[in-house]
Design a protein around this ligand. Structure first.
Ligand SMILES: [Zn+2]
Length: 57
């Protein structure tokens, strides 16, 4: 994902469960909430911020 777009997205987006900040994990191309310990997928450039799509870590 392009860095500029990504940074703008990360400012807007929040974890759907705790409403906290999320981080982008480049090597996995996933968005991460460290508080909930969930990884959210990015499909075709669109972050899927749904609890049912998230993966625990
Ligand atoms: Zn969270």
């Amino acid at each position: 994902m392009e860095e500029k777009i990504l940074n703008e997205l990360l400012e807007i987006l929040a974890c759907p469960i705790c409403k906290g900040d999320i981080e982008y994990k480049q090597d996995e191309n996933k968005l991460i909430c460290n508080k909930c310990r969930l990884k959210f997928p990015i499909k075709e450039g669109i972050p899927i911020l749904l609890e049912e799509e998230a993966e625990k870590f």
